[in-house]
Write a protein that binds this ligand. Sequence first.
Ligand code: CA
Ligand code: CA
Ligand code: CA
Length: 178
Amino acid sequence: MFPSDIVDDDDNVWGSAQQFAGSVSVGVVQGVVTGHYTGALTVVDDEPVPILSVVQSEETAVEGGFLRWELSLSTPTTGVYVYFTFVKPDGTELDTADVPKSWLNNLGIWPPSTPEPLSSLYSYFYVGFPYGVTTGTVVIPISKDGTAEGDETVMLQTFDFMPNYQPLTLVGTVPQHR
Ligand SMILES: [Ca+2]
Ligand SMILES: [Ca+2]
Ligand SMILES: [Ca+2]
């Protein structure tokens, strides 16, 4: 029987099981079968599953500035997307009037005429880590709106995007503007 899974793709990058389709010279595979196998061969990755971390989970920004979090992956990958969603924080949440409309539009969000807390939108966005790249950023621009407001907070959480993945939470605060 032809082995359907082979461990070790020997490339030092992590990727979900890579499919190689086409004609494979079976003689090189464990030396147990001769002849040719035509079809799909699944190579199981031997690299450790990357762990996503953030340099500093709590960030602050003033109006007109940016909330910015620096992310890193413990292992290079063949390319992954990390998905974030807005979750309800403690305290007053940033709403759709606190960030630029163009930024929301880029996320596919068309804000309602009455400002809504970001977590009420049930929206998500992603940060891409291309092949071999282990750093990325999440950036939220903060509008300068001329409105007197108290401290406001936004909370982001990652989706489960890999086996055994632990969610990562980011918190951003825009302190009261005087
Ligand atoms: Ca505001
Ligand atoms: Ca506000
Ligand atoms: Ca303000």
